[in-house]
Design a protein around this ligand. Structure first.
Ligand code: PBE
Length: 300
């Protein structure tokens, strides 16, 4: 038995070591060679339910990349950013699904690829949506939602802290302490909740972890009992549309979550955009100097 185990271990070692060695020795980006073969014609993506994945599939066909052998790899935000981290370290070629606001654009020297066919849409905002009837049942929370908005720089303050290991609730509390004027505007005229319950659903994207935790802290300051629940994008929209949740501040519109907005049309209230200037697309490290447009993936 012991011998068999040892044999197995030896086998694994022999098989796995060359594999990993081979992976980490992937060459640095060479602009004199075609990009496709250097990365196996692969775009490193995130979870299948994300709107940006649907957008990338559309881009693959709009830019004739599918015929050019290009493919989109499904993973997760965490796996994608860790692959990106490694590629950057060794100046290797990589194409990722990128979006803003996100700390990847602060932490890494990356750039969006131009999208002349406008597949990923022009202007994108993050909206606060509420269940039909929230305004009547919980006018205080509704009023807050009508007043809550910020920008990418402000959101990044929480996002970066969380990325550095600070608990989301703690990062949100610090933000509140540091921005009393903005907090006063958001809470202006919002009546005390006296323990009234409110449930927010969200998708655990870094941006929405930041905003949803902030909203929870803000409303708790006003005496509301706030539950926040992370879920898949589709379920998040369904929860608001079916009154299972009161609201969400994580609706990326009009393009990224457009299909859900269409699917649940009339069954949710689009309260307002809480953040303008969001963006989704494909991105590459800046050292890939000759790759600047999605169409370059085919030609360069
Ligand atoms: N994202 C982040 C989401 C919206 C927020 C770009 C990953 C998506 O693609 O659905």
């Amino acid at each position: 038995m012991k011998f068999k185990r040892l044999l197995l271990l030896a086998f694994i070692t022999v098989m796995v070591i060359p594999l990993t060695a081979c992976q980490s020795s992937t060459a640095a980006y060479d602009s004199s060679k075609k990009l496709g073969p250097q990365i196996n014609y692969t775009i490193t993506g995130i979870d299948a339910g994300a709107g940006i994945m649907g957008g990338t599939q559309k881009a693959l066909s709009a830019y004739h990349l599918t015929q050019g052998k290009w493919q989109l790899q499904t993973s997760s935000t965490a796996a994608m950013t860790s692959t990106l981290n490694k590629a950057i370290k060794y100046k290797q070629p990589i194409v990722i699904t990128g979006w803003q606001p996100h700390w990847m654009f602060t932490k890494y020297p990356i750039k969006f690829l131009k999208d002349p066919k406008n597949v990923f849409g022009k202007a994108e905002s993050i909206h606060s949506i509420a269940r039909v009837g929230l305004k009547k049942d919980n006018p205080g929370v509704y009023r807050f939602l009508q007043q809550f908005h910020w920008n990418a720089t402000q959101m990044s303050k929480i996002m970066l802290k969380v990325n550095n290991g600070v608990k989301p609730a703690t990062a949100a509390k610090t933000y509140i302490k540091d921005n009393p004027k903005q907090v006063a505007q958001w809470l202006k005229g919002v009546p005390n909740g006296h323990g009234k319950s409110v449930k927010f659903t969200y998708v655990a994207w870094d941006s929405e972890i930041a905003s949803t935790n902030l909203v929870k802290q803000l409303l708790e300051m006003k005496g509301y009992k706030v539950t926040i629940q992370p879920m898949e994008a589709q379920t998040m929209w369904a929860s608001v549309a079916t009154n299972a949740a009161d609201a969400s501040v994580s609706a990326w519109l009009p393009t990224t979550s457009g299909r859900y907005a269409k699917q649940y049309k009339g069954r949710f209230v689009d309260v307002r955009a809480n953040l303008h200037g969001a963006k989704t697309g494909l991105a590459v490290p800046k050292y890939m100097k000759n790759i600047n447009s999605i169409s370059d993936l085919l030609t360069k």
